[in-house]
Design a protein around this ligand. Structure first.
Ligand code: 13P
Ligand code: SF4
Length: 304
C-alpha cells in the first residue's frame, strides 16, 4: 500500500470512530474529493450539512462554508482542516461598512452571497448562492431597493438577468479575476466547437463571451446533459477534476491555468487526517450571533 492509500485508510477508519461525515467543495484537490462522502457546490453542501445525522462534519472547503454548516447544525462539531482556509472575497465586506450602507438606504433589502462571514450574514435579510441568486432576487417585491454583498460580478449578472436595479458592493473573487476575456477569445479560436461555461464570479466581459454562466453545480449538470463534446471552463481549476471524472469521453479546457484558489488548496489529505485525529479546527458561531445569522440562510433554504 502506498502512502496516500495508507492515509486514506486511516481517514476512513477514524471517520467511522468519530461518527463523522466528510463534505468537500467542488474546488478541492482531487484526492480530497475522492475521500469525501459528498462533493458539491455551496448550496448542496449547506443542504447536506443540515440533513446529516453524523455527530461531526469535516468541512473540506473554506471558512465561511464551515461556518454556514455550524449555523445550520449548532449541535454538531464542525471541523475545518486548515484554519487559514478563508475566502478573500468574504473578507471584503465588514459589519461596520455594511451598517453604514444600510443607514444610507434604510428601505433596502440586503441580499448576501453565501461567501460572507456569519457576522455579516446577521446584518442581511436573505442569503443566496451562485445557483439561486436569480430566484432569491425574484422573490423581493418590485420597486424595493436591493443591496447585494459582496460580489460585484455575481451582483451585476443577477441585476442584468432579473432586470432589477441593485446597489453592488465592490467585492470580487481574486481567483476568478485571473480569467481574462482574451483567454476566452484565444481558446474559442483554438476550439471553435467548444461551449464556453463560466462562473458568474468572473469579470463581466468574460461572462459576456460565455454560452452559459453557472455555479459549479450547474456547470456539472450542464456538462453531463449536453450533447456537446468540448467545453471551455471558466472557473477555479478544481472543478475540472470532477468534470473529467464524470464525463470521461468529453473534453474540458480550463479557461485559465491561473485560476487556482490558494485557500481551497490548503486542505490536503494529511490535514483531513490530522483534523479527525485531534478534532481540530472547530468552527462554531457564537450563540449570541447564531439566531440572526441563521435567518437569512434558512430563508434561502426554504425557497422552492
Ligand atoms: P459555487 O457555489 O458555485 O460552488 O461557488 C462557490 C465559490 O466559492 C465560487 O468561488
Ligand atoms: Fe473565495 Fe474565490 Fe476561493 Fe471561491 S474561489 S473560495 S470566492 S477566493
Amino acid at each position: 500500500m502506498n502512502e496516500v492509500e495508507a492515509i486514506k485508510e486511516k481517514i476512513l477508519h477514524l471517520k467511522k470512530q468519530r461518527d463523522a461525515v466528510i463534505l468537500a467543495h467542488n474546488y478541492q484537490l482531487g484526492e480530497v474529493q475522492d475521500i469525501a462522502d459528498f462533493v458539491g457546490d455551496s448550496l448542496d453542501l449547506s443542504q447536506k450539512a443540515s440533513q446529516t445525522d453524523a455527530r461531526v462534519i469535516v468541512f473540506c472547503g473554506v471558512h465561511f462554508m464551515a461556518e454556514t454548516a455550524s449555523l445550520l447544525c449548532p449541535d454538531k462539531i464542525v471541523l475545518l482542516p486548515d484554519e487559514h482556509a478563508g475566502c478573500p472575497m468574504a473578507d471584503m465586506v465588514s459589519v461596520e461598512d455594511l451598517r453604514e450602507k444600510k443607514r444610507q438606504s434604510p428601505e433596502a433589502t440586503v441580499v448576501c452571497y453565501i461567501n460572507t462571514s456569519a457576522a455579516v450574514k446577521a446584518e442581511c435579510d436573505i442569503c443566496c448562492t451562485s445557483s439561486n441568486a436569480l430566484k432569491v432576487v425574484a422573490g423581493i417585491p418590485e420597486g424595493k431597493p436591493i443591496i447585494f454583498v459582496p460580489d460585484r460580478y455575481l451582483g451585476a449578472y443577477t441585476a442584468a438577468h432579473s432586470k432589477r436595479e441593485m446597489l453592488l458592493w465592490p467585492g470580487y473573487c481574486p481567483t476568478h479575476q485571473r480569467i481574462l476575456a482574451q483567454d476566452i477569445v484565444k481558446l474559442k479560436q483554438a476550439y471553435p466547437e467548444a461551449k464556453v461555461i463560466v462562473h458568474p464570479e468572473c469579470r463581466s466581459d468574460v461572462t459576456a463571451l460565455a454560452d452559459k454562466a453557472l455555479g459549479t453545480g450547474g456547470m456539472l449538470k450542464y456538462a453531463r446533459e449536453s450533447a456537446d463534446r468540448e467545453f471551455i471552463i471558466g472557473t477555479e481549476i478544481g472543478l475540472i477534476y470532477r468534470l473529467r471524472k464524470e464525463n470521461p469521453s468529453k473534453i474540458f479546457i480550463p479557461a485559465s491555468e491561473q485560476a487556482i484558489c490558494p485557500n481551497m488548496k490548503l486542505i490536503t489529505l494529511e490535514k483531513v487526517l490530522w483534523s479527525l485525529e485531534e478534532m481540530v479546527v472547530q468552527v462554531r458561531v457564537p450563540d449570541e450571533l447564531r439566531d440572526r445569522a441563521q435567518k437569512p440562510v434558512q430563508k434561502m433554504l426554504s425557497l422552492r
